[in-house]
Design a protein around this ligand. Structure first.
Ligand code: GDP
Ligand code: IMO
Ligand code: MG
Length: 421
């Protein structure tokens, strides 16, 4: 039971990167289990902000091992850029980052397909990050994927060409102009970068380390409400973002899982299309966006903002089996006179506590109003110091969910983290 999981309970961007970095000192291994470069995990220390897409957020701790598991989809071009931007030389990084030979590759033509499908959908588009995620996972489950281990084969280029040829045949059906050549050259440079890192059957390693009593933290990407099975399908990503995804994405048994940390913002955000019951299209929403710097870490798109949605959060807690809650970004709401939490939905005049199957359902959120707080809490280091009205807000969430809030993040820096005893 020495593998813990940290994952998002909302629509992504809950602050996973920051918290994984802050928790890393107590772990030996940090492992990504799903998603790909659609993720943008920000973390901050010594006044410098870093954004990671594929690399686990433990990478800045020199004595930790980071694993990119089999459930992740890797774009080598993004990987190379990210490695180069990290700072330490590759000769150092190869000692602390290891990659599964079973992780699937995102091909340049997957990105083209992603863009063509989105263009074709018009107003019904998903709002994909256009990183090729959907088409890459489609090929994986359709048993047409190329995997990281394949790059070591002598005939890799030949296999690659066959895959791309097939993708370009599909693209012919779409009114979509493209130039694959430029990205392809970055991509092949990325392949050479990948080859410098240990590529192995990481499932053996992770299980071995777990058997030796090493502490492992599985880092989720996206959020539960974007899960391919349980999110607002089809406005979701293409992987299982939930705790079960850590088992399939790393090759570990559920018996080994200890804590499952659910991270949530004190309010809600969503990027891309799809239902968002508590969305605020008014000045309050704009305030949350501006004060919380709510712009995508991967695409720069403005995030849609709204109040905390308890029915959605309770759903996430059940699906994941959350044992502890971590709350981020309460500092953003300092100075708000009042704050709302959605406690139930009204659909067709009926009170409802469950998310509807139908994305077109008109949901009226039922709110409970809370008194805000005026203090700037970003310098606070102890839970007891927090303003009484914030503590009330937290207590209400705990009572409603039955899960304790054991960490409160009060700023983007790794130091701005309050652990509660
Ligand atoms: P992730 O995808 O879950 O890792 O989250 P992102 O990095 O995409 O988005 C979270 C944003 O909020 C980043 O800009 C973080 O630096 C920032 N952040 C994280 N925690 C806090 C917090 O407690 N307070 C504030 N003000 N910002 C935070
Ligand atoms: P992190 O890990 C927020 C959203 C996209 C889109 C949908 C599908 O930083 O929390 P995709 O590119 O996966 O096909 O897009 O999912 N999305 C995210 N939103 N944070 C993310 O990751 C996201 N990754 C994908 O905006 O709505
Ligand atoms: Mg993000």
């Amino acid at each position: 039971m020495n593998i813990d999981i940290l994952l998002g309970l909302q629509w992504g961007d809950e602050g996973k990167g920051k918290i994984v970095d802050a928790l890393s000192p107590v772990y030996d291994v940090i492992a990504r289990f799903q998603g790909g470069p659609n993720a943008g995990h920000s973390l901050e220390f010594n006044n410098v902000k870093h954004v990671l897409h594929l690399i686990p957020s433990g990478i800045f701790h020199t004595d930790k091992l980071n694993v990119i598991g089999n459930g992740v989809v890797i774009d080598p071009a993004v990987f190379k850029k990210e490695i180069e931007e990290l700072g330490p030389p590759v000769s150092e990084l190869v000692k602390r980052l290891i990659i599964s030979n079973k992780a699937n590759l995102i091909l340049p033509s997957h990105r083209l397909l992603d863009a063509a499908y989105e263009k074709d959908k018009g107003n019904a588009k998903i709002g994909s990050t256009l990183k090729g995620i959907g088409p890459a996972y489609t090929d994986k489950t359709g048993r047409n994927g190329l995997r990281v281990g394949d790059i070591l084969r002598d005939n890799f280029k030949q296999i690659y060409d066959t895959h791309v040829k097939n993708h370009l045949l599909i693209l012919k059906n779409y009114d979509f102009k493209y130039d694959i050549k430029e990205y392809e050259s970055d991509w092949f440079e990325g392949i050479e970068m990948l080859k410098q890192f240990p590529i192995t059957n990481t499932e053996y390693l992770v299980n071995q380390l777990s058997g030796q009593g090493k502490r492992i933290l599985a880092e989720g990407a996206q959020g539960t409400m974007l899960d391919v099975d349980f999110g607002s399908y089809p406005f979701v990503t293409s992987s299982n973002t939930i705790s079960a995804g850590a088992c399939t994405g790393l090759g570990i048994s559920p018996k080994l899982i200890g804590d499952i940390f659910g991270i949530f913002k004190a309010y809600c955000t969503r990027v891309g299309s799809g239902p968002f019951p508590t969305e605020l299209l008014d000045e309050t929403g704009a305030n949350l966006r501006n004060l919380g710097h709510e712009f995508g870490a991967t695409t720069g798109r403005p995030r849609r903002c709204g109040w905390l949605d308890l029915p959605a959060m309770k759903y996430s807690i059940i699906i994941n089996g959350i044992t502890k809650l971590f709350m981020t970004k309460a500092d953003v709401m300092s100075g708000f006179e009042t704050i709302n939490i959605c406690t139930a939905y009204k659909i067709d005049g009926k009170i409802c506590n469950e998310l509807p199957f139908n994305n077109e359902a008109i949901i009226e959120p039922i709110y409970k109003e809370f008194k805000g707080w005026t203090e700037d809490i970003s310098g606070f280091t102890k839970f007891d110091e927090l303003p009484a009205s914030l503590k009330e807000y937290i207590e209400f969430i705990e009572n409603q969910t039955g899960v304790p809030v054991t960490m409160v993040s009060v700023g983007p820096d790794r130091k701005e983290t309050i652990f509660r005893n």
